[in-house]
Design a protein around this ligand. Structure first.
Ligand code: FE
Length: 183
């Protein structure tokens, strides 16, 4: 059962993941593998390695073009991903994914060094996503039990944009995903 779902997820990666990742020098699949690998190398728990691998899965599920941000459209890929993933994975994985865009807005408001390292594409989408959080929004974000995990996930998302970086392949993460699927 679990392995069939992982087969389906990997099939979607193979069919759609070769497309460019929002104007960055990596494909969607490379981006998500790099994010998962960054989580793995820091010794993050398995749930967060799984979340990092799947965090942009929503981009495979919506029908909007890859350059939507340049046309002023927010794809809300984090909500699209959550709608699908929360049917199969627990909130410890689906919630940080749903919150990974919010975590960017949170970090822009709380970490002065954060915005300076965002890529141009990420700065553009930040505007569409609502810009840096207000103090009240920061406080609200902090009330979530998944806030810290969402922030960690966000930082792996931000580093997963390196052209040509060697990472493990999708199959390397099969066991992590299968173990994470809700029974
Ligand atoms: Fe991402």
């Amino acid at each position: 059962m679990g392995s069939e779902l992982v087969d389906e997820i990997f099939r979607v990666f193979r069919e759609q993941g070769a497309g460019e990742y929002l104007g960055e020098p990596v494909s969607m699949t490379e981006h998500m593998l790099q994010s998962a690998y960054a989580a793995e190398r820091t010794g993050a728990p398995a749930r967060l390695v799984a979340a990092a691998l799947l965090h942009d899965y929503g981009h495979f599920l919506h029908d909007l073009p890859a350059d939507s941000a340049q046309h002023g459209v927010d794809t809300q890929h984090e909500e699209v991903a959550h709608a699908f993933l929360s049917r199969h994975f627990g909130p410890e994985i689906a919630e940080p994914i749903r919150m990974h865009v919010a975590a960017k807005r949170y970090l822009c408001a709380t970490d002065p060094s954060y915005s300076s390292q965002l890529s141009p594409a990420s700065i553009l989408s930040l505007e569409l996503q609502g810009g840096p959080y207000s103090a009240a929004e920061v406080a609200e974000f902090d009330t979530s039990p998944y806030a810290a995990d969402a922030v960690r996930l966000r930082r792996w998302d931000d580093v997963g944009k390196i052209a040509g970086l060697d990472t493990p392949d999708l199959e390397h993460y099969r066991a992590v995903l299968e173990a994470a699927i809700r029974s």
